[in-house]
Design a protein around this ligand. Structure first.
Ligand SMILES: CSC[C@H]1O[C@@H](n2cnc3c(O)ncnc32)[C@H](O)[C@@H]1O
Ligand SMILES: [Zn+2]
Length: 434
């Protein structure tokens, strides 16, 4: 089993028992074996196959992006400054209707390169042509939760075919790529899936013992039309259809009442907060401080590069810390440490990966990143959690490991050919636009 060592590093562990220290961390195979303050034990130094000098770097758990559509990186910058329904119906869906498996492969590869370069080690992806997405996960070395998103605005036989595809994808890939791939079942949204279709997807999730993921309460227009069409707001509607009877993660949850927040807490539903996408599509601001206070797990997502327009989770972390201060007038609304937890520990919890990733601790998977702090914006050495949240960006990430394997070394991608990806992604877009 390979055994390697980081020495002289500053570790921000996200483990409250040993939060920040200068020292060493050793990895055996895919997991963190040991870590400690000061110098590494001589025996570890003598036997390590590789020793990494961590001087000038902060090491922390890899970031967890809990909502996105990776292949939509192909549509970055195509349609800006629109509200959700116009953006989706008149710009995204017509283009996505032309996507082939190869488009999804290259769009997802583009996203994977960007995510590794900005410190994300686990991402959730809801999309179509999911075998091609899984292929990218396998090749890139990333960890992912994959969901074949189904839209039910189609004839019953097509609905059935999509659901069968989601089920067979789950059977093929859940636990795949050496355990780095998990699968969720995913109705796209209550406004694109009729109630009986959602019930069938929930039944499949029960049969396969899988969690569920959906878009929910993203805009006030969505809430109003749900009330008009089904006589209930989205939370009560989805609850009635059984969506929360399995572990579930909802994206956005911008428009919630106090009662809905209480119900999400009671059902143990996690929320993926996507602040940049919600601002860009003018959807509103989620009630994150209230959700956190109620005990809801709130994680962070970028959504796609078509509504963001990048996949740098450091931006979401910073915005989660800033936005809710501005809205509430309370500078403690989301403290820096809580925002960093949302991007790491809570992300892992939202994906059912608690105890696997999100914290640097012996026994956890070796999913970690090294941030170079030899830069003016990391001086002086006051508070490294503060610097990570308020001063850092994805461009500061120097090293990335997933499952004990290095994916980025001194900002060089080790598993992906970025020049080929840029070329192929542009070629896909040129064909789609034509
Ligand atoms: C069925 S595959 C996923 C589907 O979701 C669409 N999408 C992208 N971003 C959003 C968003 O913010 N709200 C709702 N739907 C979104 C995407 O275009 C795909 O069609
Ligand atoms: Zn989305």
């Amino acid at each position: 089993m390979t055994h390697w060592l980081i020495e002289n590093g500053l570790f921000v562990t996200m483990n409250p028992e040993q939060p920040v220290f200068k020292g060493w961390l050793s990895v055996e195979g895919t997991a963190i074996a040991a870590m400690g303050e000061g110098e590494a034990p001589a025996e570890l130094r003598d036997t390590a196959s590789e020793k990494i000098d961590g001087e000038g770097h902060l090491f922390l758990p890899g970031l967890v992006n809990t909502h996105g559509h990776a292949a939509m990186s192909l549509l970055r910058g195509l349609a800006d400054d629109l509200v959700l329904q116009d953006w989706l119906e008149n710009h995204m869906w017509p283009m996505e209707g032309k996507f082939t498996g190869d488009d999804v492969y290259w769009g997802t590869s583009l996203a994977a390169a960007e995510m590794i370069l900005s410190g994300t080690t686990t991402f959730l992806d809801m999309y179509d042509h999911m075998d091609r997405v899984a292929e990218v996960v396998e090749n890139s070395g990333l960890r992912a939760t994959l969901a074949r998103g189904v839209i039910g605005l189609c004839p019953p036989d097509v609905q059935t075919a999509k659901l069968e595809e989601a089920v067979s994808f789950a059977k093929r890939w859940h636990g795949g790529a050496n355990g780095r791939i998990q699968v969720m079942m995913s109705p796209h949204a209550p406004y694109t899936c009729p109630p009986d279709y959602i019930e069938r997807i929930v039944a499949a999730a029960h049969e396969l013992q899988l969690p569920l993921h959906t878009h929910m309460s993203e805009t006030s227009a969505e809430v109003a039309s749900n009330v008009k069409d089904y006589g209930a707001r989205p939370v009560a509607h989805l609850d009635k259809l059984g969506l929360f009877s399995r572990p579930s993660l909802v994206a956005h949850a911008v428009h919630l009442t106090d009662e809905e927040i209480a119900l999400l807490a009671e059902r143990g539903v996690a929320v993926s907060h996507n602040p940049v996408s919600n601002l860009k599509l003018a959807s509103g601001v989620a009630r994150v401080p209230e959700l956190l206070r109620a005990g809801v797990t709130v994680s962070l997502g970028t959504d796609s590069a078509a509504s963001n327009n990048n996949l740098d989770l450091f931006e979401e972390i910073r915005l989660a810390a800033l936005l809710h201060k501005g809205v509430s007038g309370d500078p403690t609304a989301v403290p820096a440490a809580e925002a960093l937890r949302m991007g790491t520990v809570y992300g892992a919890k939202a994906l059912g990966l608690e105890g696997t990733v999100g914290v640097l601790k012996p026994g956890m998977k070796a999913d970690l990143i090294g941030v170079s702090i030899r830069k003016p914006h990391f001086v002086p050495a006051t508070d490294y959690v503060s610097h990570l949240v308020y001063a850092a960006s994805g461009a500061d990430v120097a090293h990335v490991w997933v499952d004990g394997k290095q994916l980025l070394r001194n900002r060089e991608l080790l598993t992906l050919d970025v020049e080929q990806i840029r070329y192929e992604a542009q070629r896909c877009f040129d064909r789609l636009r034509a």
